[in-house]
Design a protein around this ligand. Structure first.
Ligand SMILES: NC(=O)c1ccc[n+]([C@@H]2O[C@H](COP(=O)([O-])OP(=O)(O)OC[C@H]3O[C@@H](n4cnc5c(N)ncnc54)[C@H](O)[C@@H]3O)[C@@H](O)[C@H]2O)c1
Length: 252
């Protein structure tokens, strides 16, 4: 019960890594709100969280819309009786050569990954300050640090998330609010289907993963979730402004 008494807003946690993190939060005693554009999946994830032993409700949220993000922060603070943690997972990926990216695609990727992170932290920050401090956890990617061919706008948006996280950590440290990014490597979710297609399909991708990931395989969402639990818990109270890689050793 490493998160006993913690109150968390988890945005983009209806599926994949966020869903696994939400279930891990619930299993560790947190009360949480799952906010996502996919309301049906968010409700299902909240149900799994309740089965894991934590109180959880689901709300609709589109992170591209600041009013929608502010509304879920307000509702979460009210429903949970305060807010200690924001964990942001919402992501959008498009792949292809740079010539194939137009302004609208570039903006769409930034709107979810980078601007969505900004809206969430902007509105959750004051709520966490009112609670006396806490933790903001963003989700970047190894691509945001190391780049990735065929993903220039996604890599740029995830790089922006890292810079944002470090700057915000400095800004909010006096309020006892820590801000850290999780950088997953290759994690097995349908999110990567376009990237896997670009790399020649499932078998070709598996071969590349065997070559570039020292542990020789993709990770699972459940193997990334404990990093979010750590960053939300008191165990990480001296950790801020960090990029925490969960990547099977790919960056070394
Ligand atoms: N899977 C990987 O290998 C990998 C690697 C590095 C980083 N990531 C990052 O991890 C995060 C989660 O990815 P995942 O693999 O679990 O994929 P996922 O598709 O399961 O999760 C993305 C979530 O974001 C939600 N979302 C998308 N647009 C939204 C919007 N406008 N408003 C609100 N919610 C929205 C989706 O409904 C979904 O629940 C993403 O930020 C992704 O960039 C994933």
């Amino acid at each position: 019960m490493r998160l006993a008494g913690k109150r968390a807003l988890m945005i983009g946690a209806a599926t994949g890594i966020g869903r696994a993190a939400a279930i891990a939060f619930a299993g560790n005693g947190a009360k949480l709100v799952i906010a996502d554009i996919n309301v049906e999946a968010a409700n299902e994830a909240a149900e799994r969280c309740r089965e894991a032993g934590g109180a959880a409700i689901a709300l609709a949220c589109d992170v591209r819309d600041e009013a929608s993000v502010k509304a879920v922060v307000d509702k979460a603070e009210e429903a949970l009786g305060g807010l200690d943690t924001l964990a942001f997972f919402a992501g959008l990926q498009r792949t292809g050569p740079i010539e194939a990216f137009d302004a609208a695609t570039w903006d769409a990727i930034f709107a979810v990954n980078a601007r969505g992170t900004f809206f969430a932290a902007k509105h959750a920050g004051p709520a966490i300050r009112r609670a006396g401090g806490g933790s903001i956890i963003t989700t970047s990617s190894l691509a945001g640090l190391r780049g990735a061919a065929g993903m220039v706008s996604y890599a740029a948006a995830k790089g922006a998330v890292i810079a944002f996280t470090v700057a915000l950590a400095q800004e909010l440290a006096p309020d006892n609010i820590r801000v850290n990014a999780v950088l997953p490597g290759w994690i097995d979710t349908p999110f990567n289907d376009p990237a896997i297609a670009l790399m020649g399909g499932v078998e070709a991708h598996a071969e590349i993963v065997r070559r570039i990931v020292p542990l020789g395989r993709q990770g699972t969402p459940e193997e990334v979730a404990p990093m979010y639990v750590f960053l939300a818990s008191e165990e990480s109270r001296y950790v801020t402004a960090k990029s925490m890689m969960v990547d099977g050793g790919m960056a070394h």
